[in-house]
Design a protein around this ligand. Sequence first.
Ligand SMILES: Cc1cc2nc3c(=O)[nH]c(=O)nc-3n(C[C@H](O)[C@H](O)[C@H](O)COP(=O)(O)OP(=O)(O)OC[C@H]3O[C@@H](n4cnc5c(N)ncnc54)[C@H](O)[C@@H]3O)c2cc1C
Length: 386
Amino acid sequence: MDYRLTEEQQAFRRAVAKFVDAEIAPVADELDTKGEFPLGLFRRIGELGYFGLRYPEAYGGSAADMVTYCLWAEELARGSMSVAATACMQSLMGTHFVFKYGNEEQRQKYLVPALRGEKIGTFALTEPNAGSDVGNIGTTAEKRGDHYVLKGTKTWVTSAPVADFLTVAAKTSPERGMKNIALFLVDRHTMPGVTLGKKIEKMGVRASDTGEITLEDVRVPAANLLGGETGGIEKVGGILSEIRVMTAALSLGLARAAYEAALKYSRERVAFGKPIGEHQAIAFKLADMLTGIHGATLMTYHAAWCLDQRLPVTREAAMAKLVASEMANRVADEASRIFASYGFAMEYPIQRYFRDARFLLLGGGTSEILRVIISKDLEPRARSEP
Ligand SMILES: Cc1cc2nc3c(=O)[nH]c(=O)nc-3n(C[C@H](O)[C@H](O)[C@H](O)COP(=O)(O)OP(=O)(O)OC[C@H]3O[C@@H](n4cnc5c(N)ncnc54)[C@H](O)[C@@H]3O)c2cc1C
């Protein structure tokens, strides 16, 4: 692969970084403390056209490649993981299924305003008794004439407390297990029976609203079945690599923010007559942090490039997400040690990086699940691309 970014990608990155430094980073701590959905910033990101990065121009998008999308996700996460998590849900899982499997009317009604930031979309798969084990979901969709009746409970759904529309995974024939999982477009405002539960109080990404959804006999028109009664898991699988590579990019952004703060502090804080960064123990920590970021960056953008080239990417995406998310947690931990007591103080953002980094270990599959995926494809290859 070509590891160099094109001039266009570099210019895009600079523009996003400028926006993040001016409008996101300065309010990140306040958003986290209040734990409020950043509606103003959400609308602004929509105005700037960023939600449409992965969609065709006909719907208000810019049809950007995955490398460009990752540059955007990485920069947002450098400023605020809460804003980045919210924005990535909107620009990927929250809108992808309407675009890919919805009809033209649904795209105009949901996708187009969502890309402008005027409607909030989300994706509801996880349930109280089914997270990694998606085949175990209990939500059912029973066909009755020209509509389906949905029943069940979803949880841990990003943006659920503020969502306008949801893509919901449900079983059309529960006895046939995961083969019959289907995806439904549910409009919260026009389909009675959708109850948005209370917001989940979280230790990290606190300004990204997460909540439960109860579906009580929700009548969903048959036209809102997204892509047929079966194959829902395969449809989700179709964007899992993108989700994983995006999460790897978020990890890079957080790690860079923590590293840069730690590096600056190591040059300012004096102990035993010299800046702490001149003590080898601290300098080696910084060296390991920087090395980890560099390695994960190469893996992440290599996987993004594989996606752009339509090369096999399942293993590369899982590896990138595994390495980058674990690296971000180590970097946040080391940054906290470099700040010592000040890393423990709410006054400094280090504790926020430390808390937010835990989120990266969950979205897109836990590290254990990623190892399960990688372990299914253990044949050595001289190079990742064929
Ligand atoms: C902030 C946040 C936002 C989220 N947003 C969304 C969203 O928008 N939509 C949505 O649908 N979900 C969302 N989720 C849910 C998330 O995807 C799940 O929590 C995640 O898939 C893990 O599921 P679980 O918590 O039920 O853990 P479990 O699946 O119960 O796993 C528990 C432990 O067992 C391990 N484990 C499970 N199976 C295996 C196995 N086969 N081999 C080895 N180890 C295994 C896991 O790695 C983990 O360590 C979100 C979660 C968080 C924290």
